[in-house]
Design a protein around this ligand. Structure first.
Ligand SMILES: [Zn+2]
Length: 242
């Protein structure tokens, strides 16, 4: 706290005599997060005492963007729900060609994670990190041989400071088929330091269906939502039993 005694040639926002208060984490006042008052998460490259400021992340704004990991019915519906109200960019990450084609058909950008680093690819295409990411993997799609935290780590890397992670994807308190003893007890290793550094919000749990079902029903009746696009095959009950 103090009074400006002198200003250098690069200073544009202050003049001599101004009373100022400087927080411990320096912010530029101009980036997306600063404009929203979230100056602890300045992405403008300011320096400060904490690791938050040291990272000097240069992030371009990419508002209204979403990445969905997993293109099963839950992931495709999540993408559909973001496209409907007009999200700028919706990425859907999977490895099954039919699923990726279904995502593209409804206006999403498909990313095959077997062909690239999905996080790097999305950051390149959208010129920055996404606002929100969703873990829409079914538990069996992770497979017992894979690390259970892979997608959560992708989401932490890919989501912009002050963005949000949605985790409806299934994690259970006890999983006897898990690849290690921690995961078997429902414990998953996470880059929690990075989560805090970026100020990410995290929502999880099952869906509060009754909060949305009438609204969604009316979107279907009005012809705006067409969830039937997720049906790829039709079989009779006899076929199934056979
Ligand atoms: Zn800033």
């Amino acid at each position: 706290m103090g009074i400006v005694e002198e200003v250098g040639s690069g200073v544009t926002l202050l003049t001599r005599g101004d009373r100022v208060v400087v927080p411990f984490n320096v912010a530029d006042g101009r980036c997306c997060n600063c404009e929203e008052g979230k100056t602890a998460f300045c992405t403008g490259g300011a320096y400060g005492s904490s690791s938050v400021a040291r990272r000097r992340t240069v992030e371009l704004c990419s508002r209204g963007s979403l990445a969905v990991f997993g293109a099963g019915p839950v992931g495709l519906m999540a993408g559909h729900s973001a496209v409907l109200p007009g999200a700028a960019r919706v990425f859907v990450v999977d490895r099954v060609p039919e699923r990726l084609r279904a995502a593209e058909a409804m206006g999403c950008i498909s990313v095959d994670f077997t062909e690239c680093d999905a996080v790097e690819q999305i950051i390149k295409v959208s010129n920055g990190m996404v606002d929100r990411s969703i873990d829409a993997q079914a538990i069996d799609s992770r497979g017992s041989s894979e690390q259970p935290n892979v997608v959560l780590e992708y989401m932490i890397r890919l989501t912009r400071p002050c963005g949000g992670l949605g985790i409806p994807g299934l994690y259970v308190p006890s999983d006897p088929g898990a690849p290690d003893t921690a995961a078997a007890k429902g414990s998953i290793s996470l880059s929690f330091g990075k989560l805090l550094e970026k100020g990410l919000r995290l929502a999880t749990g099952q869906c509060n269906v009754k909060a949305y079902n009438r609204y969604l029903r009316d979107l279907i009746i009005a012809g705006k939502a067409k969830p039937s696009f997720v049906v790829s095959h039709e079989i009779t009950l006899d076929d199934h039993i056979g």
